[in-house]
Ligand binder design. Structure first.
Ligand SMILES: C[S@@+](CC[C@H](N)C(=O)[O-])C[C@H]1O[C@@H](n2cnc3c(N)ncnc32)[C@H](O)[C@@H]1O
Length: 333
């Protein structure tokens, strides 16, 4: 999908991620498991199985973020995209199923170009087929890439973008998977991609009662546990790994001081797993850190966006103040 690409001009020196990411699945896994505090990147949750499990999570009663953000988009989507003419292009970062995008597209019937970016190729393929059938006038130009690294735009998309106003959509509080310094680098890169006068609509989960947060990441039906464990299953499938999945348990905790939910896989006993010919020893209770989900107060996120050169604009939230959607505008100069 990215063949015949032209490098984009948003090569910026991003903050080095705390987690092992960027050298390919095998190298990042071996690096992460060799660290004194074992760590795997949440980027690798999203193979085809992981994308399907995430979709299942979004339908769980405990997982309020999707339900609440969807309601906010349905109520205010028209305002969010006001002025989006036929010439505007919509980029989406971490588009997944593109279900939320569909809500925006229904409210901006003139929009004629949509470029979803995701690491999950199967999700991009499904979304393209569905959106093409539903919006025949819309050109859907998916990009299978890691948006936290410089993204190469396919040549024909780059040509089609000439003179178009760019709008970015970054829902799902995926921004929360990045540590604050990385999030700033990412927002800066998005500003450069969207260009002067560009707009970014970002969904951000809000700080709240820890019990509500923990329930969302440790659901009663065990779907989040299966999603977390799929990372080890993926290592077994793709790298010939020897993880015994029954030897690990899912854990989600809220670090109130840092303002983040942490997901881990905890070894239930002393054990060794062999991956690509290398042995990794685990003591009983030892954890592999798999994901951070930072939560923000509205003003904290506005300050972070300002720090990346954005002009914070309107903010939409729900009546219980569980979730927020922010409008950011890139200065003209
Ligand atoms: C939390 S899910 C959100 C999905 C959807 N946007 C929503 O709001 O329901 C994160 C999505 O972003 C994708 N993703 C996460 N990190 C990514 C990255 N660095 N580059 C590209 N895609 C990424 C995942 O594959 C997944 O589809």
């Amino acid at each position: 999908m990215t063949q015949g690409c032209e490098p984009m001009t948003n090569e910026i020196d991003r903050a080095r991620p705390a987690e092992p990411r960027g050298r390919g699945f095998a190298a990042d896994v071996l690096d992460g498991l060799s660290r004194p505090e074992k760590r795997l990147s949440c980027l690798y949750f999203y193979d085809a199985v992981g994308c399907d499990l995430f979709d299942e999570i979004t339908r769980l009663p405990d997982y309020y973020p999707t339900r609440v953000e969807t309601d906010i988009l349905a109520s205010h989507g028209e305002e969010m995209l006001d002025g989006a003419s036929e010439e505007a292009a919509l980029f989406e970062f971490g588009s997944g199923s593109s279900r939320k995008t569909e809500i925006l597209l229904e409210r901006a019937p003139l929009l004629s170009l949509y470029a979803p970016i995701d690491v999950c190729a199967s999700a991009l393929d499904n979304a393209r087929a569905r959106l093409a059938a539903r919006f025949p006038h819309l050109r859907v130009s998916p990009i299978a890439a890691d948006f936290s690294r410089p993204v190469a735009l396919p040549r024909d998309l780059a040509e089609d973008l000439a003179g178009r106003r760019r709008i970015g959509f970054f829902p799902g509080s995926t921004i929360g998977n990045f540590a604050p310094e990385e999030a700033r680098g990412l927002l800066l890169a998005m500003r450069l991609l969207l260009g002067p006068g560009g707009r970014l609509i970002v969904g951000v989960d809000l700080k709240k009662e820890p019990s509500r947060l923990i329930a969302a990441y440790n659901d009663a039906r065990g779907v989040t546990a299966a999603f977390n464990l799929n990372l080890l299953a993926r290592i077994n499938r793709e790298l010939g790994g020897g993880f015994d999945l029954s030897g690990f348990g899912h854990q989600a905790i809220y670090d109130e001081r840092a303002g983040r939910v942490e997901m881990r896989l905890v070894s239930r006993r002393r054990q060794t797993a062999t991956i690509a010919g290398r042995d990794f020893a685990f003591s009983r209770g030892e954890a592999i850190h798999t994901e951070d989900c930072y939560k923000y107060a509205v003003d904290e996120f506005r300050a972070a966006a300002s720090g990346a050169g954005w002009l914070p604009g309107r903010v939409w939230t729900d009546a219980e103040a569980l979730f927020s959607v922010h409008e950011l505008t890139a200065p003209l100069q």
